[in-house]
Design a binder for this molecule. Structure first.
Ligand SMILES: C[S@@+](CC[C@H](N)C(=O)[O-])C[C@H]1O[C@@H](n2cnc3c(N)ncnc32)[C@H](O)[C@@H]1O
Ligand SMILES: [Zn+2]
Length: 297
């Protein structure tokens, strides 16, 4: 597996370029001497200053997400995300790889599938996985050892230079439109996955899932409107036949997992039939940055 390069990373303290000291994958260091050692599991912590007000996913939420996704239930979505991203890597080769940023990478599931699809297509990308949850990044660092996995807040300036990223992927995670537009190259792509109304509707009530705002689409377009133009939107429905434990994981792994009563959830899943039919309803939206920085070619 080729080691990730640090060519596309900025120091979170002074925003100068970072390099791996001595060419190993150990310590990232900038010219001013700010240095970042990886955690034992291999991710880097770039949270500096006063910390964040955002609530990171907890260990049990991350474990539920990892187990659910590993079972392959959302594989069609991972493939659709890769399909949407691949055209932006048309000019990449193993020797001149592209760059992908997975914002809110979670356990790294979608990035893993994209990196494997790039390999299958005979090309390669250097990958950066960002998430605010160190529990998620422990998993992501193990799943995607060739990526640089960074604990960072997507609402802060991203640790990536202007215009160097081919694709930003955001799967059920927060979107910082201005920063995504800044880091994308002209002609690069932003691939966003959102749930559609009715997503997991069969279990939403029992499992205490948060409702899907029907105006979400307009809000997505509005939040990106100043920086992006829409290229395409594809709806994907995935029928799921879930065992009780899967239903429990699905409930815990989403945003509702921050508030769910674990005991009540266990009691609910214990009362479920052996198989529950559930529809996952996704939208994959692809955007192109309107403005760009750096030289026009
Ligand atoms: C619903 S999960 C989706 C994770 C992954 N993309 C997936 O679909 O498996 C949302 C992710 O966004 C992360 N997240 C939430 N707020 C964030 C922030 N301000 N900065 C970076 N990541 C954030 C969470 O820690 C979580 O891993
Ligand atoms: Zn620095």
């Amino acid at each position: 597996m080729p080691p990730a390069s640090s060519a596309s990373l900025l120091c979170p303290v002074c925003r100068d370029r970072l390099h791996f000291r001595g060419g190993t994958r150990r310590t990232l260091v900038c010219p001013a001497g700010h240095s970042f050692d990886p955690a034992r599991q291999g991710y880097f912590n770039f949270l500096v200053g006063k910390g964040t007000v955002f609530e990171a996913d907890s260990a049990d939420m991350v474990a539920a997400r990892f187990d659910f996704l590993s079972a392959g239930h959302y594989r069609p979505l991972a493939d659709a995300v890769a399909d949407a991203a691949l055209p932006a890597f048309a000019g990449s080769t193993p020797a001149t790889p592209g760059t992908v940023l997975d914002a809110g990478t979670g356990t790294g599931h979608y990035l893993r599938v994209l990196l494997d699809r790039l390999t299958a297509a005979g090309t390669r990308a250097e990958a950066v996985g960002l998430d605010i949850s160190k529990f998620a990044l422990r998993r992501a660092a193990r799943l995607n050892p060739e990526a640089v996995n960074i604990v960072a807040d997507v609402w802060q300036p991203l640790p990536v230079p202007d215009g160097v990223v081919d694709v930003v992927t955001v799967v059920f995670a927060p979107r910082n439109a201005a920063e995504f537009a800044r880091v994308l190259r002209p002609g690069g792509r932003l691939v966003v996955v959102t749930p559609r109304p009715g997503h997991l509707g069969e279990i939403a009530g029992e499992a205490g899932l948060l409702g899907i705002d029907p105006a979400k689409d307009q809000r997505l377009a509005a939040s990106l409107g100043h920086s992006f133009s829409a290229l395409s939107a594809t709806d994907l429905d995935v029928p799921l036949a879930l065992q009780p434990a899967d239903v429990g994981r699905l409930a815990l792994m989403g945003p509702a997992g921050h508030h769910l009563d674990r005991g009540a959830l266990a009691a609910m899943t214990a009362g479920l039939p052996p198989v529950t039919d559930v529809s996952a309803r996704f939208r994959i939206s692809v955007f192109e940055p309107l403005h760009h920085h750096g030289p026009v070619t």
